[in-house]
Write a protein that binds this ligand. Structure first.
Ligand code: ASP
Length: 602
């Protein structure tokens, strides 16, 4: 008997051991067949209900036969074995059925915008508009319930086993310099706005100054980054900060946390996770979040080609950081069509402005390429060996500046893996989870829009690598940081750093390196002067982590009420217009672009 509610069982529970019992079930009508039986559904499963046909139960029969699908009903009846031959081995409750005695339609369902059954395809926009109906699907029920269990285990691990304190921090705050764009919230003070924090970063550091030396929070964060396919303007982090800790301490904590909260049905994960420097990640995989579930690493072949009289090779190698690199696509000849190869080359050109050349390994082991006429037999076999080429492999080769070549090949590596898999070659085990720490990031990177200026690779509070501290003042571009990212199957699922806890150094970074107005952060800078302890932390992106664990195509599939990729709530229609009267207390007026004014009129 379930506590607090009037049902005796859920719809997924009954087995042959229950035969003879009188039960009361509540659920939604999944199917109804010709007034003979129906299938009742709740989060746990499905139960077959037999509608009585005798005169005495005419009322119940009428009620259940007329109720539309997805109406919510109560049935009370006796659990019986299904007649021999009618068992359904695919259904956990498939041995039994419930013979109804009494029933009640608690609320009828009007015509549905889509069928609830998981196998029915529906557009994402429609699913989002009727999210409360979509939530009835087994898949979303599973995702949200698993998410809740994982978070519960994380709380247990952090608070009960390791003495962390769960502290809530404000979501109405002020602008943080550097990093993502923040949402503004108007205030009643003329011209003044709050910002919604992109993370509780400042507060968690201030908690360390306040002596709460192990903090965590399931924290809502906000970033106004416009439309991106797999980002949400609001998202959730498992946010962590500790005093008197080093990088290894945070890493071991997170490994323990993930191991403890990892769902049993997804196998087990081994710790410690492997680690790779930023430089290695870029050189071998062309990205700071390598998917290490498969090989196809980038190979530097500059030395094989250096002495040869090939114009584009010589050109590339004559520049500083000039290089020639390649990736080898296994069985590319068999699995990739010509148009696939063309689209790979086209994508390197359009995304990275990078020319790419192919080399094919023929069945007799010889190479087919525009390059071969420049290569002697010895050089050909050296190249085959360096790239570990087999018959029918395709090599993609790029020459140019190190970072550009690596980024282009890194992207082609992933694109060609997708193409190979679409053609039937299994490269990445869908049930494998490859965690990886990426460490030793540079502290600063050139700004994309203006490479002469620097921005923080992580955020402005990240401490320099202890052995590079003096470089901070002489050549900040060369400083490595104490920033670490956690990567899972090629996705960044977390990032953090050891922080600067010295006010002077923090002021130097803000003012002299990043050219930010440190006045906005005067409270933090001042706090660092009051005996701030050394500290560091990390944040895990909960939505992305859960979506990878349940193998969901989008983070929206693990969020109960997600925003569309344009940042809209399609169900409640947010953001929405407000009247000029509602804006008055905020001293704000909308200046309508002409075309929108027209659109609003119609
Ligand atoms: N606040 C950082 C972020 O949101 C994480 C951290 O450094 O702890 O990326």
């Amino acid at each position: 008997m379930e506590l607090f509610v009037t049902r005796t069982n859920t719809c997924g529970e009954l087995r042959s051991a229950h035969v003879g019992q009188e039960v009361t079930l509540y659920g939604w009508i999944q199917y109804q067949r010709q007034g003979l039986f129906l299938v009742l559904r709740d989060f746990q499963g499905l139960t077959q209900i037999i509608i009585p046909q005798d005169e005495a139960h005419a009322h119940v029969k009428k009620l259940l036969s007329n109720a539309p699908v997805e109406s919510v009903v109560r049935v009370t009846g006796i659990v019986s074995l299904r007649p021999p031959g009618q068992e359904n081995p695919k259904m956990p409750t498939g041995d039994i059925e419930v013979k109804v005695e009494t029933a009640e339609v608690l609320n009828s369902c009007k015509k549905l915008p889509f069928e609830i059954k998981d196998f029915i395809k529906k557009s994402e926009a429609l699913r989002m508009q009727y999210r409360y109906l979509d939530l009835r699907s087994f898949q979303l029920q599973y995702n949200l319930r698993l998410r809740s269990q994982i978070v519960m285990r994380m709380r247990e691990y952090l608070c009960n086993l390791h003495g962390f304190v769960d502290v809530e921090t404000p979501t109405l705050f002020k602008r943080t310099p550097g990093g993502a764009k923040e949402f503004l919230v108007p205030s009643r003070e003329v011209g003044k706005f709050y910002s919604l924090p992109q993370s509780p970063q400042q507060f968690k550091q201030l908690l360390m100054v306040g002596g709460l030396d192990r903090y965590f929070q399931v924290a809502r964060c906000y970033r106004d980054e416009g439309s991106r396919p797999d980002r949400q303007p609001e998202f959730t982090q498992i946010d962590i900060e500790m005093s008197f800790v080093d990088q290894a301490g945070i890493q071991r904590l997170i490994e323990g946390l993930l191991q403890y909260s990892w769902p049993k049905e997804r196998g087990s994960i081994t710790t410690p996770f492997p680690s790779m420097t930023y430089e290695e990640a870029l050189a071998d995989y062309g990205t700071d979040k390598p998917d290490t579930r498969f090989g196809m690493k980038i190979v530097d072949i500059s030395d094989f080609l250096r002495g040869l009289d090939i114009q584009f090779v010589q050109n590339a190698l004559s520049y500083p950081h000039g290089t020639v690199k390649a990736i080898c696509i296994p069985q590319g000849v068999r699995y990739l069509k010509n148009k696939d190869l063309e689209s790979l080359k086209e994508s390197a050109k359009s995304q990275f402005n990078q020319e790419v050349m192919e080399i094919i390994c023929r069945p007799d082991g010889s190479l087919k390429s525009l390059l071969t006429k420049f290569l002697g037999e010895k050089q050909q076999s050296e190249l085959i060996q360096a790239l570990n080429m087999q018959v029918d492999d395709v090599v993609l080769l790029a020459a140019g500046e190190h970072k550009q070549v690596c980024s282009a090949l890194g992207s082609l590596r992933l694109e060609s893996a997708d193409l190979l898999e679409a053609a039937g070659l299994v490269l990445r085990d869908p049930s494998a989870f490859h965690f990886l720490w990426v460490v030793d990031f540079p502290l600063f990177l050139p700004k994309e829009e203006n490479p002469a200026e620097l921005e923080s690779a992580h955020h402005p509070f990240t401490a320099p690598h202890p052995s590079d501290t003096s470089l901070l003042y002489s050549d900040p571009t060369k400083v490595r940081s104490q920033h670490y990212d956690l990567v899972l199957n090629g996705n960044e699922v977390g990032g953090g750093s050891i922080r600067i806890h010295n006010a002077e150094q923090q002021r130097f970074v803000l003012e002299k390196v990043l050219k930010e107005d440190s006045e906005v952060l005067s409270h933090l800078l001042e706090a660092l002067e009051f005996g701030a302890p050394p500290h560091g932390g990390i944040a895990l992106g909960l939505d992305r982590l859960i979506s990878l664990i349940v193998d969901a195509p989008s983070i929206r599939d693990v969020i109960a009420f997600p925003k569309s990729f344009r940042g809209r709530d399609l169900m409640g229609n947010a953001p929405d217009y407000v009247t000029p009267e509602e804006l008055e207390p905020y001293h704000i007026q909308v200046s309508w672009p002409l075309e929108e004014k027209e659109a609003k009129k119609n």
